[in-house]
Design a protein. Sequence first.
Length: 270
Amino acid sequence: MPELPEVETTLRGISPVLLGRTISEVRVRNAALRWPVTDEVQQACGQRVSSLRRRAKYLLIALETGGLMIHLGMSGSLRICDEDDEAGKHDHVDIVLDSGHCLRFNDPRRFGLFCWWKAPVEEHPLLRHLGPEPLQDSFSGTYLYQKSRGRRGAVKNFIMDGKVVVGVGNIYASESLFMAGIHPARAAGRISAVRYEALVAAIRDVLERAIAQGGTTLRDFTGSDGRPGYFAQELLVYGREAVPCFACGTSIRKKVIGQRSSFYCPTCQV
DNA sequence: CGAGGGACCTGGTTGC
DNA sequence: TGCAACCAGGTCCCTC
């Protein structure tokens, strides 16, 4: 479900509710996420939220002596509710605030993550080796070009590798490669610097537009207010197998690359 | 170091 | 209608 725009949408939705509030309680109903939720998260109790931010697809809630880190995995979502609202089947964790509001973590597939961290969070094992943020200046065509030399794997896998650049998930990888006219299975090391400039521009463009639309709702993504994202209407190739390409009319193809479905136009992308 | 595959889960859709 | 097979937006970890 959530790629970078969906995580960003969630962050923007929950920030005003959490900022400056004190956490009164952390309720763990089901600790069996991808890694078990440990008692360490109870350290959050009694601490004030000083800031919230996103690194890759991780949400970081900074408190006084550390903070909480949340990843939504494939099917996770966060929403704001009242602390005494009845919890549903997949509502695994609540962060209860002194305002009476509650940040509720729901994740049917339980691929998500909910853990405690101590500063400096950048050195956390899960964050330490991550590549640059795609919307920051350090991510450039030159960077991708240099990083890709000698790599024989598909460019789609390359841009989805978090050590290369973070936040480019399966939907936006297909979309940005279409926009840049690059075939997703092309070897990363055999793409020119000029084409990587176009790819970086496409990645930025698609992510920024998706954030502006509140993310992409394919089946069940909703923001923290329960509303869907509207970017699905703007998808050019993702999920459009056998439908005519908007640019040239050729049937869009679907191909599994790196165990993930990939969509592309065989005429526009080489 | 890079590449590839399995692993972690539930639930919706598809096809017999 | 029932049930099995397949598919899904992520990413870590192990092996080669």
